[in-house]
Ligand binder design. Sequence first.
Ligand code: AMP
Length: 279
Amino acid sequence: MLVFAKKKSVQQKIESLKKATSIGFVPTMGALHKGHLSLIERAKKENDLVVVSVFVNPTQFDKQEDLINYPKTIEKDLSLLKSVFCDIVFAPSAHEIYANNITSQAFDFDGLEFQMEGKFRTGHFDGVGTIVKRLFEIVKPTKAYFGEKDFQQLQIIRTMVKKHQIPVKIVGCDIYREDDGLAMSSRNTRLTKAHREAAPFIYKTLKQAKVKFGTENALDVVGWVENEFKKQPLLELEYFEIADEETLQTIKNKDIKQKYRAFIAVFAGEIRLIDNISL
Ligand code: AMP
């Protein structure tokens, strides 16, 4: 496994290997867990060469304290990456990516950026678009792998690639969960014991909402979920929405031809957790 911190050196290495190979790329912010590894394993199966980036992107954090407290475990990450036979790791500094200008490019994601996470995390998706576009320019992958855990992000990246005509295939990957159903996240390590014990309630409620959506209208399901969370002293619901998978617009009436998904954000103490389920 080769590890690079400089754009130029990783680019040169990839260029020298590219001629005969397809490149699978998995962008991450490190603090790796089995969810990340499942993306890397899929990329291994579908490509000759796998590149993983580890970079805590400052421009996608709307709160400075969240950036400061984001777990950073590069040594452990590198040994995990080695264990899944990752070929190339790109772990740059913020200066290497942004020089002295840590700001985002402004994007138009056809309105996807104003839904859900966009309402609560100002500038977040401009930050995501900025870093992913830059990483794509450096790595020039054949396929790039993103988790459905961040479903809105996945749809936004698909839109960016289409609009900017970036020649890469975006692959969405299933959400990897703990045995008790909690979606794996680098943030889970920061939960207190009590919050960690309460957190599986999020996916349990999503599954129940899915069943209810079979027979009830969306508004009633939303009302039911909001009520369930009122009974949970350790979990504070930020939003629960049922939305169209393509437009991410909240639905008013069910149309059997459309695909829907339920999206949720919850505070477990200081830690913000997100999850979603296909309906
Ligand atoms: P992050 O390091 O949180 O930016 O995540 C890097 C990539 O891994 C993103 O595409 C995430 O959607 C994906 N990812 C994170 N957690 C999971 C999970 N539990 N299951 C599947 N993919 C995940």
